[in-house]
Ligand binder design. Structure first.
Ligand SMILES: Nc1nc2c(c(=O)[nH]1)N[C@H]1C(S)=C(S)[C@@H](COP(=O)(O)O)O[C@H]1N2
Ligand SMILES: [Mo]
Length: 405
């Protein structure tokens, strides 16, 4: 079966879909940017993306970019493996260095293959929250993506003519009518992908394509549930983190429980105060005082950078109203801090547009009931289109920077 045509079919699928994975990945990095004051991701030096504030509209923006990135990325794993299998003779080309051109080509292959395997590994581990090696997966994934993308561009430039020739050599529609019995080797090719002495076919080419396509669809079907609400969520068998913990108004995924975050119930009881600060102005409000302020309700997603997302109805005080309480109508940024002491996500910086959106809330209630401890009681941030990781739970204080200060 192996040969330039089959390799080119897998290659074409990747050529069309990988740019979408790359672009959504870059957008996700922009949304979860180093600019926003969390432990992750690290500053990436000259690979920094242009400083634009992540928009708040449409509110499903990050849910879609992150969902596409993760779901497509998982679905492409069988295609990548099949493509690697189809070029196995190339990977073990011997002697390894015949000419400068060949050495350069092999170097791009090393970066290409190493790059995509690294991206798959860091992506999948991150989704399972397996922060195993004590380094920041997001930043590693980001650097790996640039290495891979550069190698991909070089590879496409080198191989595109060959891909076109190979695809023209056997019209896809005709090839799909050929069963196992009629399967013949492709003619010998300069890359040596076709076996010198092929055995009898054990499978047709259309069978190989159907197998890979079927696996891809199966993986997708076991993944998309984490981006859907209701009963669909239960189909996300591969991503247990994104599944429904239980039914009822607060039965949606929890990133970090109050227990895991070390939240002391004594700190979230009647003694809890929200501290607002802008310059030398300070206000402290308890939950009753917050509930006495104008309440606003918005239906907004939480979309976790690890892949799952969910749409819920949040009620609380507008962040811009809180800014106004300390005279920071002209807010430039807000620095939110949690009661949580040691966690990586115990603080976040919100840009001006993210504070000023009329749906940006310090939520006190969700789906008509009080927040539960795990969802951030007594108060948590929720901002349209903002990655879940910046929607700080168990908020202790918000400090507003003023534009004119
Ligand atoms: N203080 C604090 N806030 C936090 C987190 C955290 O670990 N600590 N996790 C964040 C992440 S990564 C996500 S996806 C959302 C999840 O909100 P939920 O647990 O209410 O669904 O909370 C965010 N807020
Ligand atoms: Mo998250």
């Amino acid at each position: 079966m192996r040969g330039p045509w089959l390799t080119s079919v897998y290659g074409l699928v990747l050529l069309v879909t990988l740019p979408l994975v790359i672009v959504t990945g870059l957008l996700d990095h922009l949304a979860y940017g180093p600019a926003y004051g969390q432990a992750f991701p690290y500053d990436v030096g000259w690979l920094r993306l242009p400083a634009v504030d992540w928009p708040t509209r449409p509110s499903w923006l990050f849910r879609v970019t992150q969902g596409l990135h993760v779901t497509l990325g998982i679905m492409l794993v069988p295609v990548v493996l099949a493509k690697l299998w189809s070029v196995i003779p190339k990977l073990f080309d011997w002697p390894p260095a015949r000419s400068v051109a060949q050495v350069l080509e092999r170097l791009t292959l090393l970066l290409l293959v190493g790059g995509i395997l690294f991206e798959i590994a860091t992506g999948l581990l991150n989704m399972q929250y397996a922060y195993l090696f004590g380094f920041d997966f997001y930043t590693a994934h980001y650097f790996g993506a640039w290495v891979f993308t550069a190698a991909l561009v070089a590879h496409v430039a080198l191989k595109l003519p060959r891909l076109v020739t190979a695809l023209r050599s056997r019209p896809v529609v005709r090839e799909l009518t050929v069963g196992r019995a009629g399967t013949r080797p492709e003619p010998p090719d300069p890359d040596g992908l076709v076996a010198a002495a092929p055995g009898d076919p054990t499978m047709s080419r259309r069978g190989a394509i159907a197998l890979v396509g079927g696996l891809s669809v199966l993986l997708g079907a076991l993944t998309v549930g984490q981006s859907l609400d209701g009963a669909w969520r239960r189909t996300a068998l591969l991503l247990p983190r994104g599944r429904q913990p239980d039914d009822g108004p607060t039965g949606f995924p929890v990133n970090r429980s109050a227990l895991a975050a070390g939240i002391d119930p004594a700190d979230t009881g009647p003694a809890w105060r929200l501290t607002l600060r802008a310059g030398d102005r300070t206000r402290a409000l308890d939950r009753a005082a917050l509930l006495a302020l104008p309440q606003h309700t918005a239906r907004l997603p939480i979309a976790c950078v690890e892949g799952w997302s969910t749409l819920q109805t949040w009620t609380g005080v507008r962040l811009r109203d809180l800014a106004a309480l300390v005279g920071a109508e002209d807010v430039d940024a807000a620095r939110v801090r949690s009661l949580e002491r040691a966690g990586l996500f115990n603080r976040a910086t919100l840009a001006a547009n993210q504070v000023l959106d009329p749906d940006s809330l310090l939520a006190l209630r969700v789906n008509g009931v009080d927040l539960t401890p795990d969802h951030g009681w007594p108060a948590r941030v929720i901002v349209p289109a903002l990655p879940g990781v910046h929607c700080t739970k168990w908020v202790a204080s918000i400090e507003f920077d003023r534009a004119t200060a």
